[in-house]
Design a protein around this ligand. Structure first.
Ligand code: SIN
Ligand code: FE
Length: 289
């Protein structure tokens, strides 16, 4: 499949050749999903008990963990063993990236880790939060100012159930179609949003346009149906890595996935040209941060 670059790596701590490393960084920054069909995250017998949505606090859809503070959120009750499991994933996914793309080691920022034990098919939310619609990641309360959003996923479903995604058109094509439909940022609004605590930090023009594109894509049902797309099945025991701010994606069904988010400043990239900030700046012919 043209959206995937497949690697036969079977351990999160493999020593890798220079050839593999070069291939990985080019494919990833070029907008492909790095796919590891046989890279499982093993669970102990005790940990298998966590594979149920009933461990979720009813107010949360995910369990989330922050390696920087060593805090777990979203779980019901005493969760020390669960925390160790998610923490192990945080550490292993970092090791994998360090091996695979050593170019990022100095600049890669480890953000939240999540465990998603609920079935995603049929979840009821507003269209903006509906991740079964093709979108690029952009979050209203968390401006990135152009920093990248890089995510590692591993399907840990114990019943053989795949995580099913759709992958849409290349980022530059998304921009051609969606950016002209975006509203113009209104002077003063970013200050107000920050002041009122609606955004964590300043919503730059880049963040404004990313959010507008995210919402416009999700809101256009004709686009969702007719845009060139592929359906991908990620089976249990597989891992994949993707720039979700760049790759148009939708998560259709599946249950029990682990996910680690990283941020990367633009100067950490191998090639800035394909970064959403640079593509949008080229489109609007001005600086957006
Ligand atoms: C998303 O990033 O849209 C959701 C991915 C997933 O949970 O599989
Ligand atoms: Fe997403």
């Amino acid at each position: 499949m043209k959206s995937l670059e497949t690697f036969e790596i079977t351990s999160f701590e493999s020593e890798l050749s220079e050839e593999i490393k070069a291939k990985a960084v080019r494919a990833l920054e070029g907008g492909k999903v790095l796919y590891f069909p046989a890279l499982p995250f093993a669970l102990s017998k005790e940990e298998l008990k966590f594979l149920t949505p009933s461990i979720l606090d009813p107010k949360s859809k995910n369990i989330s963990y922050d390696l920087r503070t060593d805090r777990l959120a979203g779980a019901l009750g005493e969760a020390a063993v669960l925390k160790e499991m998610v923490k192990r994933y945080a550490e292993k996914s970092r090791k994998l990236l360090n091996q695979l793309i050593p170019h990022y080691n100095q600049t890669l920022i480890q953000a939240k880790t999540s465990f998603r034990p609920a079935e995603i098919f049929g979840r009821k939310t507003s269209y903006r939060k509906d991740d079964t619609r093709l979108h690029i990641d952009s979050f209203p309360s968390s401006p990135t100012k152009g920093e990248r959003i890089l995510r590692v996923f591993t399907n840990i479903n114990p019943e053989g159930k795949a995580r099913v995604w759709r992958l849409g058109e290349p980022f530059a094509d998304v921009v051609q179609k969606m950016a002209p439909r975006a509203s113009t940022p209104i002077w003063g609004v970013p200050h107000l949003l920050k002041l009122l605590g609606i955004t964590k930090g300043f919503r730059t023009s880049f963040d404004h346009y990313m959010l507008q594109m995210h919402d416009t894509m999700k809101g256009d049902l004709d686009y969702q149906k007719t845009v060139p797309q592929e359906e991908i099945h990620f089976p249990p025991g597989s891992t994949w890595i993707v720039y979700t701010d760049q790759v148009s994606h939708a998560a259709m069904s599946g249950q029990h996935v682990l996910e680690q988010t990283f941020h990367l400043p633009l100067y950490g990239l191998f090639n800035e040209e394909t970064a959403p900030l640079r593509v949008l700046e080229k489109f609007f012919n001005k600086s957006l941060v």
